[in-house]
Design a protein around this ligand. Structure first.
Ligand SMILES: [Zn+2]
Ligand SMILES: [Zn+2]
Length: 368
């Protein structure tokens, strides 16, 4: 395994701009479906098919409430800049890169990287025990950070690259992504259930409205289809949040310096795990506003891995963090009763997710 290498920006394909445009095709498709569903529901269903004014008003108010939350969280997931690695702390200076390139063997490279990372708050290692280093970005990778070949950068707490939002899902937008899944599911269920009576009227030949009636039929089918595909993804990500585990870490356990691989290495108990992503202000849990703890560079870890962390990088044992984003120190948090939440999901649904997400995960250049 080579630890080093030069990355020439000029060597990127000339059709990079075309590639960037292609990234937006799935997003454009989703936006087109949302736009059409708005027309089908508001115009065809509420104004042309619903005769009661009171029923129309209730349907429209609820529809716009779910629609607003769905679009807000979708917008935040797409347009929140991904968390990238601060070069000042983590970038390896050219002289050190030169040393790495000239090192006689892998052991010598490992020693150079270990010396450079001595003061950095990194406890994750590669499978060979080396400090994790990105050859393309030429910096040490913070814990839970991975290089995304689509975005072309290392992404903090990378979960996966999602083509449906045209963006990486990581530290800065993971909460927004989960809310997007949740509100998209709520929106689809609401549209499917509230259009069901009119859908049934169509099959009984009682629905009037000419060709416009077909919009209501398709609306029900498409909303139900999206709801079915979203429910499993949403439940899976809630399950990952309760374990403080990313999709990539679910495929391959992070390796801790001195203690080896541990899928639960970042798990702090279900409530604390949830608060790592959603924060501790309940009123903001359901709004797509950033409330996650930390700065994406350093994470609290289980006590058995703590001895691998530089002694200056965390506070004294027993201290509990209540602030968001101090960016410097992360205390050890008290372990809560850790129930094995794997039993919440059946084997079939886990397998389904692994198949669903594998294509996304395959774009990570170096999982460690
Ligand atoms: Zn990178
Ligand atoms: Zn990406």
């Amino acid at each position: 395994m080579s630890l080093t290498g030069n990355y020439d920006q000029k060597s990127q394909p000339t059709c990079h701009c075309c590639f960037r445009l292609l990234r937006w095709i799935p997003v454009a498709f989703i936006v087109a479906v949302i736009g059409w569903s708005y027309f089908a529901y508001v115009v065809q269903l509420c104004f042309f098919s619903v005769t009661s004014i009171a029923e129309r008003a209730i349907l429209l108010i609820l529809f716009h409430l779910f629609f607003l939350m769905f679009m807000w969280s979708y917008y935040q997931t797409i347009f929140t800049p991904i968390g990238t690695v601060p070069p000042k702390q983590f970038r390896i200076p050219p002289s050190e890169v030169d040393k790495l390139n000239r090192a006689e063997n892998e052991e010598a490279q490992k020693r150079i990287l270990e010396a450079f990372a001595r003061e950095l708050p990194v406890v994750n290692r590669t499978i060979t025990g080396a400090v994790r280093y990105c050859e393309k970005c030429q910096h040490v990778k913070p814990d839970r950070c991975h290089h995304c070949s689509v975005c072309g950068v290392c992404v903090l707490k990378m979960d996966h690259h999602c083509p449906w939002v045209g963006n990486c899902i990581g530290f800065t937008n993971y909460k927004f992504f989960i809310l997007f899944l949740g509100y998209a599911l709520t929106f689809c269920l609401y549209v499917a259930l509230s259009s069901l009576p009119y859908f049934l009227q169509f099959w009984q030949g009682e629905l009037e409205g000419g060709m416009g009636r077909f919009h209501i039929v398709f609306l029900f089918f498409i909303a139900a289809m999206f709801a079915v595909s979203l429910v499993s993804l949403f439940v899976y990500h809630i399950y990952l949040v309760t374990l403080n585990r990313t999709t990539l870490e679910a495929f391959r356990a992070p390796i801790f310096r001195g203690t080896g691989p541990d899928k639960n290495g970042f798990s702090l108990g279900r409530l604390s795990n949830f608060q790592e992503v959603f924060g501790d202000q309940k009123v903001l849990w359901f709004l797509p506003i950033f409330t996650s703890f930390g700065d994406g560079l350093e994470y609290p870890i289980q006590a058995q891995h703590q001895r691998a962390r530089p002694s200056t990088s965390y506070a004294s044992m027993g201290e509990t963090s209540t602030s968001v984003g101090d960016g410097v120190s992360y205390p050890i948090r008290c372990m809560e009763d850790e129930e094995d939440t794997e039993s919440l999901l059946g084997a079939d649904s886990r397998q389904e997710f692994e198949i669903f997400s594998r294509s996304d995960a395959s774009i990570v250049d170096d999982i460690h």
